[in-house]
Design a protein around this ligand. Structure first.
Ligand code: BGC
Length: 409
């Protein structure tokens, strides 16, 4: 019963948040409003950044609130290409994961609609390929570069070339690290993605009242992706007090980001680690109550491992992206939730940024403190993530036109 009421509340909140759109000023989602537990983080390299992020959240949200109405009015004008048009290079990491295909397609169509020429490239998750694709975009005289990096710190050479050529660089979704050649960053609030997952687990298990203990395992993302630490820390910071008190037991003992990370976010890597954990710690009939996965590709690996190697009570499993396969699993009860990051809103925001860059208009940002790339703090625009589950996916994903009903069959 409690579960149902919670879901209903969250559904309403979610849809409200969706209507507000990117950078939702109303910040109305019950989940997204949940304050991060600011327990001192001690486990990962990204801890400081994550803590700063939590601190910056409120200010950023307030700024966004004040700015949004005005920004929305200006949006249409800003997105339009300047009189002479312009060429935009869009570098995406891989076609292997659904989300980047959507991001690339959204960017391409929105940019074309606004009057730009577009050079869209996917790099097959190969850093050298991404480097040379970007270099070609520069020599092909792109006016702006939009880059979702495979590995945030490996594109220095190409970024230097862009800077020398006077080409603004917008980091898309993932921060470009170790370079002063990054002009802007547009992403979702990555720390909040993690807190939404942690809060979901907290609510579902009623951790403040239930006796427990509950068993939990973590699966995080790619150490080469600056986002991965934010996601993990956001979730961990919410759950830490319960882990410390013993209400949540990490049976494998693996709580450090480096131990639970998944290079390249690969499903098969997450699957084999989950298989090892299940055979080492759960083969005696011990139940795993929660598997906190940072995103959908890793959740899928865990779900595959559970299907083949586990007979206990099915755990709460978190994810991110609302990939089609994972959404189907949510509907089938094999995944509990997924954080929904509407790639359409991120693409619109970035197209707006491109226009603002090229016309010399003021660039719309709502966070100037959180995302330090080891050289500079990159002015950022953070969109709001929301939460999807089997109860609200119809409103969130189908009614909004993100998927058709047939795609989820
Ligand atoms: C993105 C996530 C995605 C992951 C794997 C991250 O940088 O923010 O949405 O699941 O990469 O592609």
């Amino acid at each position: 019963m409690k579960k149902k009421v919670l879901s209903a509340v969250l559904s309403v909140a979610m849809v409200a948040s969706l209507l507000v759109g990117c950078g939702g000023a109303a910040d109305s989602g019950a989940t997204t409003d949940a304050p991060a537990e600011e327990a001192p983080a001690e486990d990962t390299a990204a801890d400081d950044a994550a803590a700063d992020d939590a601190a910056a959240d409120d200010a950023a949200a307030d700024d966004a609130a004040a700015d949004d109405a005005a920004a929305d009015d200006a949006a249409a004008d800003d997105a339009a290409a300047p009189a002479g048009g312009g060429k935009v290079g869009v570098s995406m990491p891989t076609k292997d994961l659904q989300r980047w295909n959507q991001d690339g397609a959204n960017m391409e169509s929105e940019l074309k609609e606004a009057g730009y020429e577009v050079d869209l490239q996917y790099a097959s998750n190969d850093v050298q390929t991404q480097l040379s694709q970007i270099e070609n975009m520069i020599s092909g005289k792109c006016d702006v570069l939009v880059i979702a990096a495979i590995e945030g710190s490996s594109l220095g050479e190409a970024l230097d070339m862009a800077k020398d050529a006077g080409i603004p660089v917008i980091a898309y979704d993932r921060l470009l690290m170790d370079s002063d050649a990054v002009s802007y960053y547009a992403t979702f609030d990555n720390y909040k993605v993690g807190t939404v997952q942690g809060e979901y687990v907290k609510e579902q298990l009623d951790l403040d009242n239930a006796e427990g203990p509950f068993n939990i395992e973590f699966t995080a993302g790619d150490p080469g992706d600056n986002n991965a630490g934010f996601f993990f820390n956001g979730a961990y910071d919410v759950l830490k007090e319960y882990i410390d008190s013993g209400k949540l037991k990490v049976v494998s003992g693996q709580t450090k980001f480096d131990d639970v990370a998944t290079p390249t976010w690969a499903t098969d890597v997450a699957q084999s680690r989950a298989e090892n954990i299940l055979s080492s710690f759960y083969s005696d009939g011990t139940n795993v109550d929660v598997w906190l996965c940072s995103n959908d590709s890793t959740a899928l690996g865990v779900e595959n491992a559970l299907a083949a190697n586990y007979n206990g009570t099915y755990p709460i499993i978190t994810g991110q992206d609302c990939d089609i396969e994972n959404t189907k699993n949510m509907i089938a009860g094999k995944q509990s939730m997924s954080v929904f990051k509407d790639t359409r809103t991120l693409a619109s925001q970035v197209v707006k940024m491109v226009g603002q860059n090229l016309t010399g208009a003021e660039v719309d940002v709502n966070d100037t403190e959180t995302y330090n790339n080891n050289v500079i703090t990159v002015p950022s625009y953070l969109c709001e993530p929301v939460f999807a589950d089997a109860n609200n996916y119809k409103e969130l994903l189908i009614d909004s036109g993100y998927y058709t009903e047939d795609q989820l069959k």
